[in-house]
Design a protein around this ligand. Sequence first.
Ligand SMILES: *Cc1c(COP(=O)(O)O)cnc(C)c1O
Ligand code: SF4
Length: 360
Amino acid sequence: MVDKEKKLVSLQTEKKAEWKRILEKSIVNVGELPKVCQSDAEDIKKVSRLYPMCINSYYFSLIKNKDDPIYKQCVPSIQELQDELLEDPLAEEQTSPVPCIVHRYPDRVLFTISNKCAMYCRFCTRKRKVGTERRIITKEEIVQGILYIASHPEIRDVILSGGDPLMLEDSELEWILERLRQIRHLEIIRIGTRVPCTLPQRVTKELCDMLKKYHPIYVNTHFNHPREITEHSRRACNMLADAGIPLGNQSVLLKGVNDAPRTMKRLVQKLLSMRVKPYYIYQADMVRGTNHFRTKLEAGIKIIKAIRGWTSGMAVPHFVIDAPNGGGKIPILPEYFVKYEDGKVFLKNYRDDDYVYVEP
Ligand SMILES: *Cc1c(COP(=O)(O)O)cnc(C)c1O
Ligand code: SF4
């Protein structure tokens, strides 16, 4: 290669890898945190030995103050070592026929293809395995997962999950998508990723051009707070939507982060403005190390009541509890249906006014 060409190629790869440069600038050691955090240095060190800290420079730049809603999601707290909850309350390991597959529902499976994330969320349900050397996913296991799906004709929907599937290289992800698309009974592929929120630079034209070859593809992302929506995340979501990918959002209800109805209402409205449909709000799972984030059920019900009827119906997510022991997601609704009596249906509307519907 002549020098000029070499230079061009390196310029291109440099440009392509902006997200990698941001990841390389992740904060993993206490010493790299700003001065205001140093008073907690010993605690943070202790926690991150068990549950690693890794905050990329983009997500870190969203923090305005110590203990703000962004800070709480990414900086370790000593409270992570102070509860006695189970590591795997959803019994994912027990409904796992092969290492990377969770098969809990009749017609769809979760396929964990990465144990890395762009940032490690302190409240993560899979805290037991993401971001640690304890659980590296091998190519053999991925092949095993693909074979499992191929040999189960009842599976029509696969959810690529992790960790974060978009932490793979485009070519690695394409390798998996290509093989999945050869499975005739597989109708849809979903990708669960927090990248549009935590590392929107990962969404490149190359990625979108690759993904759209494997339609129907759906992406469910994960924003928890309106302040996570920036110019960058808007750009990422717009690119994915322009590639024909319907976008949904799954939030986790977190104490002190997004448990105020006003915050959640703003979040769902802003999500719609970037073509992301709010899909689920999860009651926080009973996972070891996350107890301090859990809210009472009432908080979620209040949120739904504050959204339904008061803003676009498109903005209303399902509030669900992922039942302990692998029972699956169970929707929790405010009581709009009051009772049923002599062919009459007694109802309450979003303003708590009473109505009666008479059956035919
Ligand atoms: C959440 C989940 C799904 C998908 O559920 P939907 O309600 O279809 O979005 C599938 N499998 C497992 C194990 C899950 O936890
Ligand atoms: S991005 Fe998802 S899987 Fe990764 S740490 Fe956050 S919640 Fe867990």
